[in-house]
Design a protein around this ligand. Sequence first.
Ligand SMILES: NC(=O)c1ccc[n+]([C@@H]2O[C@H](COP(=O)([O-])OP(=O)(O)OC[C@H]3O[C@@H](n4cnc5c(N)ncnc54)[C@H](OP(=O)(O)O)[C@@H]3O)[C@@H](O)[C@H]2O)c1
Length: 276
Amino acid sequence: MKIKDFDGKNVYIVGGSSGIGLAAAEILSRRGSNVIIFARGRERLEAALERIDAAKKSDRQRFAFRQLDISKADDVEKVMGEAVEEFGAPDILINSAGRALPDYFENIGYEQLDASMKLHLYGNWNTIKALLPHLKQRKGYIVNVCSVLGFMGVFGYTDYAASKFALMGLTESLKSELKPCGVGISILCPPDTDTPGFEVENRNKPPETLAVSEGAGLMQPEEVAEVLIKGVEKGKFFIGPGSAKMIYRLKRYAPFLVDFVMDRDIRKVQAKKGNA
Ligand SMILES: NC(=O)c1ccc[n+]([C@@H]2O[C@H](COP(=O)([O-])OP(=O)(O)OC[C@H]3O[C@@H](n4cnc5c(N)ncnc54)[C@H](OP(=O)(O)O)[C@@H]3O)[C@@H](O)[C@H]2O)c1
C-alpha cells in the first residue's frame, strides 16, 4: 500500500501547527492536497494555516484547523466526527503531536509519565480509532510520528521512550491488521530535529543526555518531512530520516556497540561532574 499522488487528497495532520507536522503540511499543500490541522493552541494553528495556504498549488484546495487535545478521547471522537462532516473523510492521517521533557528519572513525576502516555500512546490511539472506518473506506494511509527513542532507550528519556516504544508496538501490531483492508501505515522515527518542540526539549536536558545525542546531528523539519512523504510514496513501514536509519541498524545488529559508545559518553560527563 502506497500513495503516489497527493493531489486532491484530504490530509489530516495532528500536531500540524508546528515543527515536523507543519513542514509536512506545507509540502502537501504544494503537492495539491487539502489539509486540515489539529492542535491545542489557536494562535499557532492560525499562523500555521496562513503558511499552508501560502504554499498551495491551486485555488481549488481547501485548508482548515480545529483545536483539539488528543489525550481526551471524547473530544477526539467529537472533533474528528465534525471534521469528517465538514471537511470530508481523510485519505491520509499524520499523527505528529508530541513533546519531550528529558530529565533524571528521580525528577520525573507520575504526572509527566501519565501525560507522555496519554499523548503518545492514548492520543494516537484516539485519533486512529476515530478515523479508521473512513480510512478503510478510502483505502487510506496512516503515519505515526515516533522517534529514534521508539526503538532505543536513552539516558534522561524514561517516560518519553516508554511512551514512544508503546507507540511502536501499537503501530507494528496495526500494520498486520490493516494489510487486508488496504490501509497503509508507516512509522517515522526522526533523529534530533530543529523545531520549536526541540527548543523546549533542550532547556532542561541533563548533560549526560546532551553528550549522548551530540554526535547524531540535527535535521531541519523540512528535510524530515520530505523523507516522510517519500516513505509514504514508497509504502515503507519504517521511515528513518538522516542518522536514524543507521542508528536503527546498529541497535539491531550491534547493540553492544551502541551501549559502549553511550556508556563512554555518559562516563566522561559524570567524571567531569565528579571533579567539579
Ligand atoms: N524535534 C525532534 O527532535 C524530534 C525527534 C524525534 C521525534 N520527534 C517527534 O516528532 C513529533 C513532532 O515534534 P516537533 O519537534 O515537530 O514538535 P513541536 O514543534 O513542538 O510540534 C508539536 C505539535 O504537536 C501539538 N500538540 C502537542 N500536544 C498536543 C495534544 N495533546 N493534542 C494535540 N496536539 C498537540 C503542538 O501544538 P499545541 O502545543 O498547540 O497542542 C504542535 O502542533 C513529536 O511526536 C515528537 O515526539 C521530534
